[in-house]
Design a protein around this ligand. Structure first.
Ligand SMILES: Cc1cc2nc3c(=O)[nH]c(=O)nc-3n(C[C@H](O)[C@H](O)[C@H](O)COP(=O)(O)OP(=O)(O)OC[C@H]3O[C@@H](n4cnc5c(N)ncnc54)[C@H](O)[C@@H]3O)c2cc1C
Length: 404
């Protein structure tokens, strides 16, 4: 590897602070506490890192990489102590978050890094649940890295740990999701497809904070911009609405070809859409897939439908370009009717496997119809949400999964 000064050095992956470096995923985990320490130092904080866990593929080589990097770990106050087992390691990390409960602590905060594979996550349930409920110290924080083995390549049984983290209420970051989005964009470009991506905020780090979501979005947006494409952002439960819209506004300020979903089952949405239209926002109006009781949400389907129509009125009045995301003929026909007197650039978006004959009919009538294709390992929650909305969907969806 060539350093900024032009010399060749294998150490640059840990020492170089600007420009491009090349490292493996395991080396990225070794570098993480070094960067955290550098960032803390810049903020005037005196922090340290404690790493503990238990080896096992695919994180099998982490301990060796840490031992090899000892010189750098020492320079950045990183202590690495492999655990006797995963739950003792997790318990020790829990202790690292209690640093400020006692007087005379040496550090302002300790960043903790736990690692293990699927069975290790299973046995840590109790520690994870309690440690997570206790929280972290002000300048601390813990990242738990779990090595999943979905195909049981080196385990007795397959493993997918996100459900366990969800059960113990630990926020999950999917760095793989951002990478997959980037690869998907490359595939779209390589095949020259008329397609765009709709990203899910919590899969891009929103549960870890607005800033994390923004950074993931920025990375994806850079790629979208380089190919002259369009990026949609999904909207999730109402506790994420403010942060999602804030990140949307930031994205729109950088690149005009970006849109966000808004939900008619939230009473705030009309006002949100009005203010988004003032800055040239592009919205996809949906009914909303998350249960939102009043006063945040609407009281029933009738109120949601009435709100949907009201927001369509607003879009046709003050908007120029938007999407109608619905399978409901009543909403779609309402939009088509409005378009007769006020022609606008709008498209109708529907999900894969739902109302296929209607899609054909609408496109024959000259409307732009876009089909959403959900994919990836997290299809199950998506599928159950659709089923809850309309149990009859099972037939059409199973048919579409089976046929392709
Ligand atoms: C492209 C797209 C993107 C979405 N993105 C988001 C998002 O980011 N965030 C979010 O919260 N939600 C999202 N949703 C989901 C959305 O919020 C609704 O939960 C979902 O679309 C169901 O509402 P609906 O408007 O389709 O009509 P519903 O209220 O479910 O259905 C109304 C009527 O439509 C007809 N209908 C519906 N399905 C069928 C069918 N299979 N066959 C025949 N008739 C049918 C029936 O007449 C039914 O009575 C999205 C939906 C779509 C289509």
């Amino acid at each position: 590897m060539t350093t900024q000064s032009g010399e060749f050095s294998l150490e640059a992956k840990y020492t170089q602070e600007r420009g491009r470096i090349y490292l493996s995923g395991i080396q990225a985990l070794v570098r993480l506490p070094l960067d955290q320490h550098r960032a803390d130092r810049r903020r005037g904080l005196n922090t340290a890192t404690f790493i503990s866990g238990y080896r096992g593929s695919p994180l099998g080589g982490l301990d060796q990489a840490l031992w090899r990097a000892k010189k750098f770990l020492d320079q950045h106050h990183v202590v690495f102590q492999p655990g006797v087992n995963e739950d003792l390691a997790a318990t020790a990390l829990w202790g690292s978050q209690q640093v400020n409960l006692f007087r005379g602590a040496k550090y302002d905060g300790v960043f903790g890094l736990w690692y293990g594979k699927g069975p290790g996550v299973d046995r840590c349930g109790d520690v994870f649940r309690h440690a997570n409920a206790c929280g972290t110290s002000k300048y601390g924080g813990v990242l738990a890295c779990a090595g999943d083995d979905h195909a049981a390549k080196s385990s007795t049984l397959p493993h997918q740990t996100d459900h366990i983290f969800k059960a113990v209420m630990m926020p999950v970051l999917y760095p793989a999701a951002v990478q997959e989005y980037l690869e998907l964009l490359d595939a779209i470009r390589a095949r020259n497809l008329d397609a765009s991506l709709s990203i899910k905020p919590t899969q891009c780090g929103l549960m870890l904070g607005e800033e994390v979501y923004w950074r993931s979005t920025e990375t994806i947006l850079d790629r979208v911009r380089s190919m002259g494409g369009f990026l949609w952002m999904d909207m999730e439960g109402s506790r994420f609405t403010d942060a999602t819209l804030a990140v949307y506004r930031r994205a729109l300020a950088e690149y005009p070809e970006v849109g966000v979903a808004v939900q008619a089952n939230l009473r705030r949405t009309e006002a949100d859409v009005a203010s988004l239209l003032e800055i040239g926002g592009i919205v996809r109006l949906v009914k909303g897939a998350y249960r939102e009781p009043p006063p945040v949400g609407t009281a029933n389907r009738h109120e949601t439908d009435a709100n949907y129509r009201k927001i369509l009125d607003l879009l046709f009045e003050r908007g120029d370009r938007f999407a109608v995301g619905s399978h409901d003929s009543a909403m779609i026909e309402y939009a088509i009717e409005k378009n007769r007197t006020r022609p606008r650039r709008f498209e109708i978006q529907m999900l894969l496997g739902v109302r296929d004959p209607l899609k054909t009919d609408l496109s024959r009538r000259g409307h732009r119809v876009v089909e959403f294709i959900p994919y990836g390992p997290n299809w199950l929650p998506y599928f159950t949400r659709r089923l809850r909305e309309r149990p009859r969907n099972i037939l059409t969806m199973v048919r579409s999964f089976v046929s392709g």
